[in-house]
Each structure stands twice: as C-alpha cells, then as structure tokens.
Design a protein around this ligand. Structure first.
Ligand code: FES
Ligand code: FE
Length: 431
C-alpha cells in the first residue's frame, strides 16, 4: 500500500480556469504533447469511412483507406489551409477542397489539382503536398493520435493504465464497439472541471445526484459502499466503488451469461477481482478522455431492468468558459442485439448529454464557471485536501498497477491530475 499523503498538493489557482493565456499554453503543451483519443476503429469499419474530430485546436479527419489502415489527417488543405472535409462522417475515396479543388485520397495523398498539366511545373513534387498525417496508435479499438514528435510511443504514454484498459475494453474476447454513433454538445464550464470530475470525484455523488439516490436509481449503491482510486504518473486515473456484500460477487457485471462465460474463460489475470470490485468505474485518460462503466446488477432490486453500459467521452476546450463534449457508448460485439440496444439506452439515459446525471453535473460545471469570477477572489485557491490524513480503508480488493488508494472518497486522483497537468504545462501559474 502506498503512502497516499506523500505527494504535495498542487496549488490549483482559479486562473487555471479563467485566463486565456493559460488556455493558449494548454493548446501548445497539454493538447500537443499528449496522445489524444480521436475515436474508435468501429466508427470507420469500411474502406473510405471517415469521421471529423478536433485534437485541441486542430481539425482532423480519422479515415480508413483502401488498404484498411486508419489515418488521422490534418483537415486543412496544403494549398491555402481550407478545411477539406466539412461533414461529421461519411464514406469517400477523395476529400476535395472547396476552394480551388485540390483532391486528397482518403490516406491523405494529394491525388489531383485542377490545371495540374497546364498551370504547374511538371516537376512539382506532389508527394510533399499531401494532408499532414498524425502518428496513430490503437488499443482495443480506441484510436489515439498526436502530431508531436516529442511525445514517446503510445504504450509509454498509457503506462500502467494499459492494465485497466485491458480489463475494461479488452475484457470480452470479441472486443467492444461503438453503438449509436458519436453525440456532440457544447457546454458551459472549463474543460478541466469535467476531466477532473471523472478522474475521481466520488464525493459529489450523494449531494449533486441526490435525486437519483432518492428515486432508487442507484439501488443498493445508495447504502454503504467501498471504493478505491487508482492513478498513474502519466495523469491517468480511475475511481471504482462497490457494495461490500460477498453474496453479490458471483452476479457481477450485469452482462448476459452467454458473453460473460467466454470472458471468464479468457482468464485475464486479476480481471474478475477488479471488475467484481467495480460496480461503477469512472476515470480519465489524461488529459481529456473521461470514461464510465457500470455493472448495475449490484445496484439491487430497486434498479431491476437497468443494464450495464460503458461510455467514453472526449472534452475539448472551445474557450476558457466552454468546451465541446463527444460521447460514445460501447457494447460488447458479441452481445445479443436486444441487449446491446438496452445498454445503449441506459448509457444515453443515465449519462448522455440530456440524461438525469448529466443535468446535475453540467449545472455544477456551469455554476463553477459563474462562481470563479474575475479578480476579486482570484487569490483564493481551490481545495484538494479530501482524504489526506485519513486512514486507508484496508487493502484494495484486487492487485493492479499504479498508485492504488483504498479510499472511497479521496481527491488523490485530482491531485495527481493537476500534478501531471502542471508538469506538462511546464509553467507555474500564480493566483
Ligand atoms: Fe484548397 Fe486552394 S485552398 S485547393
Ligand atoms: Fe456526476
């Protein structure tokens, strides 16, 4: 068990959420020197399929070329910089720029220029005029990309968090895929509030979401739970909670037996112990990809009918006061279609853009933005002391890598998020 009080608490000043120059610095560092989640391979199953996304400030196209490879291309013409693809998704062999008509293949190569033979030097090297390609890596169908040469390989960036990704997205032998496409909304509040909330904020559940507990949506989770927080030096984190009742362990996951049985046989070390101790997992892939997965069988009889779901998001700043959220729901590929639909329904109903949990959270993000103000209270730092000096709640119920803090309510993950954030930002931000 680690010394969970050892790391100093980073000074989280309000300027981090209000100062335009901090956002500029974030775009230049956090959103440049990280592997960012762009989407999922299952969104583009066929050659020619594409989706458009944003990596920090950069518009990108995630496409599957004729050879079947996944590319992440800068969505900006190499002639004058015009976005070459305006649609959110589709299928095409070429992206044709709407300004002068240069045409780029779905692997980014420049394929055609109006007047190429008559108006350009025949020796012009068009192989240098393709769309800029990001470095691309994929883990269990999650597609990550970066334009930076300064960041190491994806494996190094994920570090110990890979162990948890394997047990969440690689748990089922057939893998998981996106169901229902990507949903996008713009919400009020600084993007970091959203990211740190998912990293480990179990503290707000019974206050901000009290109505859900009163209505019985959380079932037995409304009673005593145990929980733990996991974080890694790269800033990735998750928090999990569970009802401490041995009778429930054999009924974990809430997945149909026909797909759970192959997962049991897969025998991924520690997977059953970890998932059995995780009726709710929420976390963040640093810097900006929150995730949540639930197994509501443990929620008890009040919650009968609820279905396990897995959701991933990406939060991307628009300005200091607002950010765009992209939501995906993921289902096991091998689950029966009816079950997949139901899982999607609960993902959207509980944690989608207009869901009952989201209404509570987004209102608080908006109120934080309203409460930060300007210069009057700028010198009052925010507090991240939760859990410090409090005895740990015994051994963690599984053995996994990273820093595991056996506390249900702790801000250990948020402290780690901001430690890593300030490390990458490479600048001390004074109040
Ligand atoms: Fe794209 Fe001219 S800007 S062809
Ligand atoms: Fe919440």
């Amino acid at each position: 068990m680690i010394d969970h009080d050892a790391a100093p608490t980073p000074l989280v000043t309000r300027r981090l959420y209000t100062d335009e120059s901090v956002l500029e610095r974030e775009f230049a560092t956090i959103f440049t020197d990280s592997w960012l989640l762009v989407g999922f391979e299952s969104e583009i199953p066929e050659p020619g399929d594409y989706v458009t996304r944003r990596m920090g400030r950069d518009p990108v196209i995630m496409s599957r070329s004729e050879s079947g490879d996944v590319h992440v291309l800068h969505n900006s013409c190499t002639h004058r910089g015009t976005q070459v693809c305006k649609a959110a998704f589709g299928n095409t062999a070429n992206f044709r720029c709407g300004y002068h008509g240069w045409a780029f293949a779905n692997d980014g190569r420049l394929r055609g220029m109006p007047g190429r033979r008559t108006n350009y030097d025949p020796d012009l090297d068009v192989s240098k005029l393709g769309l800029k390609q990001a470095r691309v890596g994929s883990v269990h169908g999650l597609v990550f990309a970066t334009f930076s040469d300064r960041v190491g390989e994806l494996d190094e960036f994920l570090g110990d968090y890979r162990w948890y990704l394997d047990r969440i997205f690689g748990f089922f032998p057939g893998g998981m895929e996106v169901h229902g496409g990507a949903h996008r909304v713009v919400i009020r509040g600084n993007w970091k509030i959203h990211a740190e909330n998912f990293s480990g904020d179990g503290y707000h559940l019974r206050i901000a979401h009290r109505t859900m507990f009163d209505l019985g949506v959380m079932g037995e989770q409304a009673g005593a739970t145990k929980g733990f927080c996991v974080s890694t030096p790269q800033g990735h984190a998750l928090r999990a909670q569970y009802v401490d009742d041995p009778a429930l362990v054999d009924t974990v996951f809430g997945y149909p037996e026909e797909i759970l049985e192959p997962a049991r046989r897969k025998d991924l070390p520690g997977a059953m112990e970890f998932r059995a101790a995780s009726s709710v997992i929420h976390g963040v892939l640093f810097p900006n990809a929150p995730l949540i997965t639930t197994a509501p069988v443990q929620f008890g009889e009040d919650a009968t009918g609820q279905t396990a779901f897995t959701q991933v998001r990406v939060v991307t700043p628009i300005d200091v006061h607002s950010h765009e959220v992209t939501y995906w729901s993921l289902v096991p590929k091998d689950a029966p279609e009816e079950w997949r639909r139901k899982s999607y329904l609960y993902s959207v109903r509980q944690h989608g853009a207009a869901s009952y949990f989201e209404a509570d959270d987004l209102e608080n993000f908006r109120r934080i933005d309203a409460g930060l103000g300007g210069s009057g209270g700028a010198d009052v730092p925010l507090n991240y002391d939760l859990g410090i000096g409090v005895p740990l709640g015994g051994e963690a119920p599984f053995t996994g890598p990273g820093t595991v803090v056996s506390q249900d309510f702790s801000e250990a993950n948020q402290r780690n998020f901001y430690r890593r954030y300030l490390e990458v930002l490479d600048e001390v931000v004074a109040p």
